[in-house]
Design a protein. Structure first.
Length: 251
């Protein structure tokens, strides 16, 4: 049995599939990851949440990275891996996509917002740290260019991209949803995550401990490979296209 047939068979026989994605799926869209050589953090230091809140200089640097597109995800488009996941969601084979990524590419590929659980937030918009009101990034360009403090129109609280920074609490609602999905799933497919960043990396472990089968598809080995029912070190987009074809042929 080919690897694509094997995963297709796991999907076909599962009743509740959860997909868990990391940076490795988006590198195929040209987005640099954060931790590898040449990644984002090798070129610039992360700005910790406490520093963002306490220092105008840190906030200015953070917003400069946004508007200068330093992080590299602005303008990226979904790749075949994202579209394959969206198709599996459309067919009702995948119920939820839990992602560590902040690039919005799952939604851009067609996965409905309510089926994407973003445990590290989203870089495509900003939120008020006080009232939680959403603000679109481009609306904030004018005050940034004028060297003004970027604040909420509703309550004058500080605005920050809707990502989870180092030192910032994980989003409770999203973590609760991800935990519930993991514990209810009978198949967890990890795509492009090194599974080293916690508490996010614990979510596939929860699924496995609750009785789900675990498939890990990543370019490099992970520390959790020994727990998995299936491990592959391949390009995600091309492989997931094969899996879709196998599922179509067995309909």
């Amino acid at each position: 049995m080919s690897n694509a047939k094997e995963l297709a068979s796991l999907i076909r026989h599962a009743e509740r599939v959860m997909v868990f994605t990391g940076a490795g799926i988006s590198t195929e869209s040209g987005i640099p990851d954060f931790r590898s050589p040449g990644g984002v953090w090798s070129k610039m230091q992360p700005i910790y949440f406490q520093d963002f809140v306490a220092s105008r200089e840190a906030r200015r640097e953070s917003w400069s990275r946004v508007f200068n597109r330093t992080a590299g995800w602005v303008g990226a488009r979904p790749n075949p891996g994202h579209y394959a996941i969206a198709e599996l969601v459309r067919q009702g084979k995948v119920g939820a996509v839990v992602t560590q990524n902040v690039d919005n590419l799952h939604q851009d590929a067609g996965v409905p917002d309510h089926q994407v659980i973003e445990i590290h937030g989203n870089a495509s918009y900003a939120k008020c740290l006080d009232c939680g009101m959403r603000h679109e990034i481009e609306e904030l360009r004018a005050p940034w260019e004028a060297d003004e403090e970027i604040i909420c129109v509703n309550c004058a609280g500080l605005l920050k991209t809707a990502t989870i920074s180092f030192g910032q609490p994980m989003p409770e609602r999203e973590m609760e949803r991800a935990t519930a999905e993991a514990e209810a799933s009978d198949l967890c497919i990890v795509l492009g995550s090194s599974l080293v960043v916690y508490p996010a990396a614990g979510i596939p472990v929860l699924a496995k401990r609750a009785g789900a089968k675990l498939a890990i598809i990543n370019r490099e080995p992970t520390d959790m490979d020994s727990y998995a029912n299936m491990v592959l070190n391949v390009e995600i987009g091309a492989f997931m296209e094969e899996v879709l074809k196998e599922l179509e042929e067995t309909v």
